[in-house]
Structures are given as C-alpha cells and as structure tokens.
Design a protein. Structure first.
Length: 137
C-alpha cells in the first residue's frame, strides 16, 4: 500500500471501526498526520510585537479534522494485530502506556483472529444453516 492509497483508504473508512487495517495503512497515515501538523505549525508568524500563532491554530483544526479517522484506523490496526479496541486505553498510562500501545500497533497481522462481522451478517458461515437444510434438536 502506498502513501496516497493509505490516506485515501483511511478517509474513505473515516468512521468505520470494524474490520482491519494493515501496518502500512496505519503507519503511512501516522506519517501523514505528523507531516501535516509539522507543516501547519511552520505558519506561525513572528512579528516585532510578538508571535502570531496562526500555524498552531491551523494545526489544531487539522487535529480536530483527523481525530475520528485516526481513532478508527487505530482501532482497526489493533484488531488486525489480534488485540481488542480496549487496548487503546494504554495511552492513559504515562510513558509506559504509550510504549505498550506502540508495541501492540507494531505487531504483525494475525490471520487466525476473527474479524468482527458487519451488522446483519452472520458471525460465521457455518453458524447459519444452509438453505433447505433442517436442524434437529
């Protein structure tokens, strides 16, 4: 997955918390958000009267815009690595929690972990009887 494909995918699935996100999709989006914040912060204006924090304000607006997509891709990445969405709360533990969360986000994809089904879809094809079959109790 390329840089542009990753950004397109994340914004296309901006509020989709089900499914999975590959490592490249997640880390390309992290790079995009980091570069976006850095570039916008460069627009701070220095005048003889003081600093006009235009760039910081723009960066704040950018942060608000990408908050939900960032949260969604992080939850999907944790799921892809075999962790639950609740592992996101490690971020609340200073320093050590951030390290634990980064390690979880760096874990390789696990294909043996079931993906959360879409609403209205059966969790497993074997769980629903085949058309025309009868069940005995």
């Amino acid at each position: 997955m390329t840089f542009a494909q990753s950004i397109q995918t994340v914004f296309r699935k901006y509020a989709e918390f089900t499914g999975r996100a590959s490592r490249p999709e997640f880390w390309w989006f992290v790079l995009f958000s980091t570069l976006g914040h850095a570039a916008l912060n460069a627009f701070n204006l220095f005048t003889p009267q003081g600093t006009l924090y235009l760039g910081a304000s723009l960066s704040g607006v950018f942060g608000i815009i990408i908050f939900i997509p960032s949260l969604a891709v992080t939850v999907r990445r944790l799921r892809d690595a075999g962790h639950g969405w609740a592992d996101l709360f490690w971020i609340l533990l200073p320093i050590v929690g951030l390290i634990i969360l980064i390690v979880h986000l760096c874990d390789p994809s696990r294909s043996d972990v079931a993906v959360t089904p879409q609403p209205g879809m059966p969790a497993d094809a074997s769980a629903s009887p085949a058309p025309g079959s009868t069940t005995t109790g």
